[in-house]
Design a protein. Structure first.
Lengths: 331, 336, 331, 336
């Protein structure tokens, strides 16, 4: 199935958008953390897990999703939320901990919630997988054609919640798609040391669930596999599992010394940058000129800059606001 | 017209049924809650009434289905999940503790998690270390969870309806010994008057189950009954015990507690949970903070003495607060 | 591979031993619980999950085990512990909650520990599976040829600990054998409503682990499959998974109303009583006469009676003993 | 000879290394503890010294590998498992709570579970609701677990060696802010004198980190440092605060607590855990039970006010006990 120019350009633009956001966040993150890195300092404190390098996965999957399709994500959520269509301003403001942020500063980078986009994430590995099952259950109960998608890493595929969730989705035949982003590592632990099978696609058999492994640097491959799984789910035919093999271009989190990486590995993967791959393909097909690519990049840079400016100009929440929102009904 | 009598189990099942009729977003999930009716009867008859779509038996996957309840709740449903015994919480604690309890806060108030997690607590029938615990103290320590612990059929129904209608995650703890089950050790107060029409009991309102003047007994759940029995015996000795059923630990009705202590000047906490770092400590701390000058004697507590619940009957009887020990401790307290 | 008469008779005797024990425990259990069933009453209070009907699994697997091979079991542990070779007297005394019991009355029927036999069990579904992994890890670290076996139900195969444990055993290539007893139900919930695949043998693929489903009423089939898996583990070739399909002859626990059973199901299964099946086979082969069978039964009845007498005559622990054994070193 | 200075992280790693050398049954398992050296450095250098058989990186399977540690311990090994952040306990709580803590008891004392579960606690660097908690109160509530919370490099080493040699399951909580990590907010006391030779510090012995006469501050972990800083400021105002580092919650050194209160007549608990139903309540309850008549003012506590830890810096600063708030609360307490 050949994709239209329009679709490919949308995918391209989305990947550029994510990359631009992430690389700018990285720059901002180091503000106030130099010359001595202090995780608590600067305008964006705390851990920071960026998505650069994995853009094809978020873009390829979310291209099939509507705003009302629930998505659960992880500690590395920016790419998914951007691909889902978030307002970058409110997202950036949250990362800055500002009152205007998606969560009024209470959530932060790892805990971004956008109810309009039915998006949630969190810092506990595997924690979001059951939520997607529950969302899919709600969809099925209401007889809707929405689909719930859960993104998580190959490391998360070894935690109990993965197993329980996939089994539940399968026995209840829920409209859910599980997307494993196999970026080869869980922090420093390589997949070979954590996972008894080479491909998590082999784990579909444990739930009688269609499962496939795809090249996660190839956005078209991801797009096609995801399209099939999502349409299947929309038709009420049950859940699927997709593993997309990709790579973290910036390490696990900012500050990761990456001593554990084999020499040359990252460089090798960078040669398969998903954005460059699609860009080259588009250029070969005559669907994108260098000038157009430049224009896209500039537009994205401007969007991110606008989000940054919004975040910087926004106020911090009042300290006492820490005490609200524990309960909807305080007593 | 004679009052209608129900067991606590039936009162809970009726509350759920009435809410399921009223609100189609409400559904129930858990192990053996369908055809079996729930191991402790809290869902008896619901499958027949509402069918398997709304009364769902689950696999043994507590992390999965409690997490699914969280996900369904954030999508606007109002799930009731049953954790068969509270003792099993450990396989699902992450979903309870880091997600159910925190999503509303982490989202800055933008996402709601309106769900009820109900679970059976308590010992006294030799089910030993992994099937006899209370543990409400752990959950009361967790910001973001409302903690509800009924002691009577009447309270059980009203608090359950309140829990289902509440927009926050609620943990609802029913003691096996108050359910009125035919096969459990008998408790006459496990059957009592329950109005047929739906009603609610607001959270955060302790109930003075018996008024008194010489000492205040603070307690919940089955220990309310033991304390009432003890109060009766104490009355015969001329000691007037006030028995306060806290009913909810979060929110906690500090006012009723403090007022009672200001009246009686003596306090005994009776708790079937582990003694240290739990409910009994918190209650005494609050009193020390807010009514220190009113105390005529050091506060006392009776609780499980920081040991797992043993199997053998004499051992278990030794560690659970009994009517006799409550009486004895109250006597000592008043004598001080 | 045809089994020797000796082996078959040992298997037969073991199954009779377990059945005799269980059926006697059932009788004792109802003492003090009639006419009104009160779970707290009688010489044996609390829940009671008996193993009758599943004897072929415990007998067939444990026939290959040495006393020093670790075994972890479940809430339905009697069969495994007896097959492992426990002193029935101390076991029965524990079930009575007596001081002379395996755990001095602190454990009870669901929490039986016999360190000499490296046996443990517990009331949390799936809770014992990781312990077998840890025992196997200890074995591997020491370079021993022992094997750790974990028994659990088909219901437990849907809990996270199953997934995590099998994956760990596989990546670390541990000497462990996982035995699923598929007795069709987890309390009232049938396997079809809990498990997305028909056979847990299909789940071996998720861990690259050899896996097989066998007829759990046929002790020879169990014996052979277990033998292969256990020898493989002893040779250092890693873990295996076995699912044995069997049936609970007495329901989930004593007092189970069993309303949920399809009509006639239990009767059908009782016609494949593992003891009768093997007995008939032995008789057909001329390896067992009715008199010999009778003698075995009598010996087992006597053994159980002796255990019961021991338990009844033993004293309860002193109440204050409840306060000891929380810690080895109290401060 | 000059005293040797180590960070807390190095002190812990050294303790483990020395015990691994002494006892080949000791091994370590956890996520990123090998090549990475542990996210908070508690296992730095161990892989190089002892190889991957004894320093095992695990998959993200906390239920599995902590349960495996339990199984290895009952088979006679002496595992040290690292739970990367205590916040993740919920995925492994069943193994911690129902197995690690209870097997010794359930077996009637016949089976031992000699293992250490070490974990990082604490906030203050905007890691938000699921990576900033302390939670030692939950585990102190659980019978069968020893709860160890060092505050200095010296204590960290001695308590770790004690923990490894102890035949019971020990949970060992190190605060990220006391590890002396280059990338964490600075804490000068996170580096301190540590003898090279192995030594132990017995459990159940609180350490009076600063003597005083006007009030007693009871605390642990990073809050020891905040309290010491506060005590210094208070001294300038003429208020003499005694700062007691409890070091272990189970066993708890009640004697030192009570003696101090009998001397100062005023008590403030400073706790980075959630306020209600936790450590602060228990400590105050013990004092109310055992030293009521010595209290000249209601006890006070500073703790996280029963909210999840928020992300944004001003919000987080608002909920964590700070030096200023300790000073202010101590002042108020002494004025009463
Ligand atoms: C239950 C749990 N265990 C451990 C962690 C610490 N942790 C955070 S991210 C991470 C690695 C996750 O790896 P993977 O799932 O592959 O996702 P990736 O980071 O590669 O995107 C770990 C171990 C956690 N947050 N939650
Ligand atoms: C974690 C947990 N969840 C639920 C239970 C309650 N429970 C006890 S046994 C059981 C059924 C177990 O089924 P299975 O694993 O198939 O074993 P079987 O009883 O059939 O031998 C359940 C749900 C429990 N003990 N632990
Ligand atoms: Mg990864
Ligand atoms: Mg079963």
């Amino acid at each position: 199935m050949a994709l239209s120019r329009e679709t490919l350009l949308q995918l391209y633009e989305m990947m550029v958008k994510i990359r631009t956001f992430e690389e700018r966040v990285a720059e901002i993150y180091y503000e106030g953390k130099q010359p001595v890195f202090n995780i608590a300092a600067g305008p964006v404190p705390g851990e920071m897990h960026l998505y650069s390098g994995q853009e094809a996965v978020a873009a390829g999957v979310c291209a099939h999703l509507r705003p009302d399709d629930p998505v659960t994500s992880t500690h590395r959520p920016h790419g998914h939320l951007i691909a889902k269509g978030v307002d970058l301003k409110r997202m950036m403001a949250e990362i800055f901990g500002k009152e205007t942020g998606l969560c009024h500063g209470k959530g932060g980078h790892m805990h971004l919630f956008d109810p309009e986009l039915h998006f949630g994430c969190g810092g506990i590995v595997g924690g979001g997988i059951p939520h997607a099952v529950g969302a899919a259950l709600a969809i099925k109960k209401r007889g809707e054609d929405r689909v719930a998608v859960s993104f998580f890493g190959e490391g998360a595929a070894n935690i109990g919640a993965f197993h329980e969730s996939l089994n539940l989705a399968a026995i209840w035949k829920l409209p859910a798609v599980f997307v494993v982003e196999d970026n080869l590592y869980a922090i420093s632990v390589p997949k070979t040391a954590s996972t008894a099978v080479r491909s998590n696609a082999e784990r579909g058999a444990a739930y009688g669930m269609p499962a496939v492994q795809v090249d996660g640097q190839d956005v078209v491959a991801v797009y096609e596999a995801a399209g099939e799984a999502i349409e299947r789910a929309r038709r009420g035919e049950g859940p699927s599992l997709i593993e997309a093999v990709c790579y973290r271009f910036r390490g696990h989190f900012e500050g990761d010394p990456e001593h554990y990486l084999p020499e040359g590995e990252k460089e090798k993967w960078k040669q398969r940058d998903p954005i460059v791959l699609l860009g080259n393909q588009l250029k070969e097909q005559g669907w994108l000129t260098d000038e157009e690519a430049q224009a896209i990049q500039e537009r994205m840079t401007a969007l991110v800059a606008e989000a940054e400016a919004f975040a910087r100009q926004s106020a911090y929440p009042a300290p006492e606001a820490a005490l609200t929102d524990v309960f909807v009904q305080a007593s | 017209m004679a009052e209608r009598l129900l067991t606590t189990a039936r009162a809970i099942a009726e509350a759920i049924a009435q809410e399921m009729e009223r609100d189609e977003r409400v559904f129930v999930m858990g192990e053996d809650i369908g055809a079996y009716g729930g191991i402790f009867g809290a869902t008896q008859g619901l499958l027949e009434k509402f069918g398997p779509e709304r009364v769902m038996d689950t696999p043994i996957s507590e992390m999965g289905f409690i997490g699914a309840a969280v996900g369904a709740a954030t999508e606007g449903m109002r799930p009731i999940a049953e954790l068969m015994f509270v003792d099993f919480f450990g396989v699902a604690m992450d979903q309870i503790f880091n997600h159910m309890a925190k999503i509303h806060y982490m989202s800055g108030g933008n996402v709601k998690v309106p769900m009820v997690l109900m679970t059976a607590i308590g010992g006294g029938y030799s089910d030993a270390a992994q099937h006899s615990q209370c543990l409400y103290g752990l959950f009361a320590h967790t910001p973001g969870i409302k903690v509800v612990i009924p002691s009577t059929p009447y309270d059980a129904k009203g608090l359950m309806i309140q829990a289902i209608r509440d927009d926050d995650p609620v943990m609802y703890f029913f003691h096996k010994g108050i359910m009125g089950l035919g096969w459990m050790y008998p408790n006459p107060r496990a059957t009592g008057p329950v109005p047929e029409e739906p009603y609610t009991i607001p959270f955060g309102q302790a109930d003075i189950k018996r008024e008194g003047t010489d000492l205040t007994i603070l307690t919940v759940s089955l220990m309310v009954h033991r304390s009432l029995d003890a109060a009766e015996q104490l009355a015969e000795e001329g000691i007037s015990a006030e028995v306060i059923d806290l009913r909810t630990l979060v929110p906690l009705d500090k006012e009723t507690i403090i007022e009672s202590v200001k009246k009686t000047h003596r306090v005994l906490v009776v708790d079937e949970d582990y003694k240290s770092f739990g409910m009994s400590g918190e209650l005494i701390a609050i009193i020390a903070e807010e009514a220190l000058d009113y105390l005529d004697a050091p506060p006392k507590r009776l609780a499980v003495p920081d040991v797992p619940i043993p199997y053998s009957r004499p051992l278990e009887e030794f560690v659970l607060p009994s009517v006799e020990r409550i009486v004895q401790t109250a006597r000592d307290l008043v004598a001080e």
